[in-house]
Design a protein around this ligand. Structure first.
Ligand SMILES: *[C@@H]1O[C@H](CO)[C@@H](O)[C@H](O)[C@H]1NC(C)=O
Ligand SMILES: *[C@@H]1O[C@H](CO)[C@@H](O)[C@H](O)[C@H]1NC(C)=O
Ligand SMILES: *[C@@H]1O[C@H](CO)[C@@H](O)[C@H](O)[C@H]1NC(C)=O
Length: 689
């Protein structure tokens, strides 16, 4: 229409053309008055085109291609997956690029485990990796030191402090055997064993009745990102790199060697133990033949030899430039590297990312011009401690802080049935709106929302204080509002050689409809965040969440500690959120009335985008300063609280200090959080005090 009218206007006006021009101008004026937002209906049209472009068969094809070979970070097959993504993006005419880093990775060279039983039968060599998976890396714990020990095994359940207390046996000089599932990460399990004097740790996963000969690989490093460039992005050449002997580097690795065990091998060893009987409270829900915890009389001869080496990793990006606010970014990320074939972890997410690119390119060719810029991100070396995403976040910290609207993460898109979502709370309402629009992949005629809300324990949005996927650097270091989406949890082939395309097609998602659902949710979230003229953020929800945390904390704490600083800062935050809500209503009215609100709207969007940054604190969490977010982050003891990590740590830390000092430390952490909430409040208000 624009072309036609300009043609008319540039030709020499005859009376007829003048009349036609007038008529068109009149129609235009009428249209603008009565339908001031053609973009509104446009937006819905594009959302509908997006939803109708779904295809389970393309996703399954991408997954098959991605999982042809194991693709461990730093190896050739994984750099081939990078090329595959680049080719895919360019075949869709999406501009793409990579960023490479040289980072410290870790690989196994040799391992062995022999059991010497007390009945003097000849020593038994135990398998330390899956049978018949020759191209898959041998099971190991990345960054475990090399070592060789000949010692008695002791079983310490999940390896938590309460487990060592319940055990009542000295584990000094012993090999500690632990099972997964007690809320501790691998590195924390090993750290506690080390503190109790163990000489090595073997960890198994007995969560399933099947696949009991699988070995769960994983890294055992503390913190995130490249250990040789802590806090700064390590470019390929010429950037500062610490030496392997540096204390900053060494303190991130355990001092005793460790290995994964299969549940089958663990059974063999554990059922041969004598010593103390298994404590009563470990026996519940414990499907093993273990009757005694040791130490011994069986002896284990365990050797692990690994190498740490600097290897090149690559992040891959596709960029869809925004038309009106190209300097505001919506980031969608998934990691690409896998321990093995990685059909679930992470290729189900990578297949979804590839399919999103396909669907976005369909939208582009139907005339879609996103308002803001969308970046599809494929991270490398997540399995080694979120290295690819962390290096990038560190490199781009200032731009992320001032221009990233949100980060949407998908790691394992599909692990099985059931929808799960986590987010920073200002995105809660958007998530609810979006999942009402996406079909439930497992039941006819209902939405993802319907099933999720009806499920026992469902209707529950998780928070992002965990450090187990690439949202961690975005939320906990950069303060970017974020979402994490997935189907299913606790799948039995996690990090084993059995995480293959066939497992997915047989058990994880036989019709690839769960993949379709995750892709739909991921894409719709991106469309809303990229296209809504006013950002779909809701800080009332954040205020409620903070209120809830305050209440839980207040019930937990000693009367001598005052939570008043929190109470009043949260009240202020809530009233700012309410004011913003009112302002937004007004702004929408003006917008609908066709008034010029560009500057106002931009200012409001910036406030909505930047408020999350208020929760960051320059000093970070004590003892782990890289973690800057004072509401969401990893506490030392995840059993205690899953929010306010600084306060949680001061509570657990101070168990060993004197009463006065103890109260003072907790009180100080409460004040720090209160100040962070005040900073978020003034960012939300957008005004100086
Ligand atoms: C010795 O004990 C181990 C472990 O309990 C068992 O697997 C093995 O069969 C025993 N050997 C003999 C000869 O009894
Ligand atoms: C333990 O295993 C290593 C490597 O297989 C071997 O060299 C060593 O002799 C064994 N030690 C004992 C006490 O059996
Ligand atoms: C796609 O979904 C349809 C309907 O559920 C199903 O019949 C078909 O087998 C699926 N395709 C793949 C590749 O799973």
């Amino acid at each position: 229409m624009a072309i036609k009218s300009s043609n008319l206007l540039t030709t020499k006006p005859s009376p007829l053309t003048a009349m036609v021009t007038l008529l068109i101008l009149f129609i235009l004026a009428f249209y603008t008055l009565h339908f001031p937002h053609p973009s509104l209906s446009n937006k819905t049209t594009f959302q509908n085109i997006f939803l109708s472009s779904s295809s389970n068969s393309t996703i399954s094809t991408y997954l098959r291609t991605l999982t042809m070979h194991p693709h461990l970070a730093g190896t050739k097959p994984n750099s081939k997956t990078a090329t595959f993504l680049l080719n895919h993006f360019s075949s869709l005419n999406l501009p793409s690029h990579t960023t490479s880093y040289k980072t410290l990775l870790s690989y196994p060279l040799h391992s062995s485990l022999t059991a010497h039983f007390s009945n003097h039968s000849s020593p038994l060599n135990l398998p330390l990796t899956e049978p018949s998976a020759p191209s898959v890396v041998h099971a190991y714990h990345a960054y475990s030191p090399s070592g060789s020990v000949f010692a008695k095994p002791v079983f310490v359940n999940y390896g938590r402090d309460i487990d060592y207390r319940a055990l009542g046996v000295d584990v000094k000089g012993c090999i500690v055997i632990l099972r997964k599932g007690g809320n501790l990460g691998r590195s924390a399990m090993i750290e506690k064993a080390e503190a109790n004097g163990a000489v090595a740790v073997l960890i198994y996963n007995d969560e399933g009745d099947t696949w009991r000969n699988g070995f769960e690989r994983g890294h055992v490093m503390k913190g995130v990102g490249d250990p040789l460039s802590p806090g700064w992005g390590s470019s390929v050449d010429g950037s500062e790199r610490l030496s392997l002997e540096d204390n900053e580097v060494l303190k991130r690795f355990p001092k005793i060697p460790s290995m994964p065990l299969s549940a089958e091998v663990a059974d063999t060893v554990l059922s041969s133990l004598g010593g103390s009987p298994v404590p009563l409270d470990w026996r519940d829900a414990f499907n093993s033949k273990v009757t005694h915890v040791g130490p011994g009389p069986t002896m284990l001869n365990f050797t692990y030899l690994g190498e740490m080496k600097v290897a090149t990793i690559q992040n891959v990006f596709a960029v869809i430039k925004g038309s009106e606010e190209p300097d505001r970014h919506v980031l969608l990320g998934n990691h690409r590297d896998a321990w093995t074939y990685g059909a679930v972890d992470p290729s189900s997410g990578t297949a979804a990312l590839l399919d999103l690119a396909r669907r976005f390119s369909i939208l582009l060719s139907s005339g879609w011009k996103p308002r803001r810029t969308i970046i599809l991100c494929s991270w490398d070396a997540e399995e080694f401690g979120m290295i690819g995403s962390t290096e990038w976040v560190e490199q781009n910290l200032i731009n992320l802080g001032s221009k990233a609207v949100a980060y949407l993460n998908v790691d394992c898109a599909v692990q099985g049935p059931g929808f799960f979502v986590g987010s920073t709370p200002q995105l809660d309402s958007l998530i609810l709106e979006v999942i009402k629009k996406v079909k439930d992949p497992d039941s006819e005629g209902v939405s993802v929302y319907d099933t999720w809300a009806a499920a026992a324990g469902g209707n529950n949005i998780q928070r992002l204080g965990r450090v187990d996927s690439d949202f961690a650097p975005f939320v906990q270091h950069a303060g970017v509002p974020s979402v994490d989406v997935y189907y299913g949890k606790d799948f039995p082939v996690y990090h084993t050689a059995f995480d293959s395309y066939n497992w997915m097609a047989e058990y994880g998602d036989p019709f690839f409809q769960r993949h379709v659902a995750v892709t739909g949710i991921w894409g719709l979230l991106a469309l809303r965040l990229a296209d809504d003229s006013i950002l779909p953020f809701d800080y009332l929800s954040y205020a409620n969440e903070l209120q809830l945390y305050r209440d839980i904390l207040s019930n937990m704490l000693d009367q001598k500690i005052s939570v008043h600083p929190l109470t009043s800062s949260i009240e202020e935050f809530a009233s700012a959120a309410k004011e913003v809500d009112d302002e937004l209503k007004e702004l929408r009215l003006l917008e609908t009335a066709g008034q010029f609100v560009d500057m106002k709207r931009r200012a409001m969007n910036d406030r909505l985008m930047l408020a999350e940054k208020g929760f960051l604190d320059g000093d970070g969490l004590e003892g782990k300063q890289w973690f800057k977010h004072l509401v969401f982050g990893p506490p030392n003891d995840p059993e205690k609280l899953d929010f306010f990590p600084g306060i949680a740590d001061s509570i657990t830390r101070s168990a060993s200090t004197g009463e006065r000092e103890r109260l003072a430390e907790i009180q100080h952490e409460i004040w720090r959080v209160a100040r962070a909430i005040q900073r978020a409040t003034s960012a939300l208000r957008g005004e100086f005090t």
